[in-house]
Ligand binder design. Structure first.
Ligand code: HPA
Length: 272
């Protein structure tokens, strides 16, 4: 599954200002794209190899433009393995961003919190993950021109980017929790017993995305930052979980996340 044709289209649209930072918007977080200036959009259907998103709240287009001076490529609409996509296809958009010029990838996602004191609407910087699904977009023949067969993920979430995020959080007066994200396949939410087990394993937040993209990104040499928006306490810690709640709480937290990412982009702009 090749990403080069999609990358060529992104490069053509970007002209003399290639994207340096890729950004993926999680459920309910689509409004973040409004912070991007001088933008031009391209639909996923015009990007060869990109799957079509099927989940409510995921637009299905890529936006190029500038955020606080940083040239970005923003994926408005993400792909989840539970939608039935081929796992290897989940790597295509990430590799296309890399080959179009991105050096950094910022992942955003909605998540359930395993920490009672980290409630709905709060932000968590992902410092590490647990791949509970046991699935990887890197299975299959390895293309050594993209990255190595065996990838070191002992610093999957770039420590320098974590510092930048915390500095931006302090400047904007936003509390940025830190913790471990566990990837569950979905599309069902977890059971209370699973959540109790994950807490024992050292997880702080649970979600259905982010990890496959992180793995594909580290493999192809992107620096990764991930921020989870807590949209609910995890199963067994609150009554009734729903995608509607994910969307509404995610959307309500968007201004805060937008301010934080604006601070991050301002710092990254100094490099470009
Ligand atoms: N579990 C999994 N994914 C999620 C959750 C959750 O509780 N909340 C938002 N995305």
């Amino acid at each position: 599954m090749d990403h080069q044709d999609a990358a060529a289209r992104i490069r053509a649209l970007a002209g003399d200002r290639p994207p340096r930072v890729g950004l993926i918007l999680g459920s309910g977080l689509g409004e973040l794209a409004e912070a991007i200036e001088s933008s031009s959009d391209i639909g996923y259907s015009d990007l060869p190899g990109f799957p079509a998103p099927t989940v409510a709240g995921h637009e299905g287009r890529l936006r190029l433009g500038a955020w606080s001076g940083t040239p970005v490529a923003c994926l408005q609409g993400r792909f989840h393995f539970y939608e039935g996509h081929d796992i290897q296809q989940l790597a295509v958009p990430i590799r296309a961003l890399r080959s179009a010029g991105c050096e950094t990838l910022i992942l955003t996602c909605a998540a359930g919190s395993l920490q009672p004191e980290m409630g709905p609407g709060e932000l968590m910087l992902v410092t590490d993950h647990i791949n509970w699904s046991g699935i990887s977009p890197l299975v299959g023949l390895n293309d050594d021109t993209i990255g190595p067969r065996f990838v070191d993920v002992s610093q999957a979430y770039d420590p320098t980017l974590q510092e930048i995020a915390q500095t931006a959080a302090k400047e904007t007066g936003i509390t940025l929790h830190e913790g471990v994200y566990v990837w569950c396949l979905g599309p069902n939410f977890e059971t209370p017993a699973e959540i109790r087990a994950f807490r024992k394993l050292g997880a702080d937040a649970v979600g259905m995305s982010t990890v496959p993209e992180c793995l594909a990104a580290v493999h192809c040499g992107l620096r990764v930052m991930a921020i989870a928006v807590v949209t609910n306490l995890a199963a067994g810690m609150q009554m009734n979980l729903s995608h509607v709640e994910t969307m509404t709480v995610g959307s309500a937290a968007t201004p805060q996340l937008s301010a934080l990412l604006g601070g991050v982009m301002k710092r990254l702009a100094l490099d470009y």
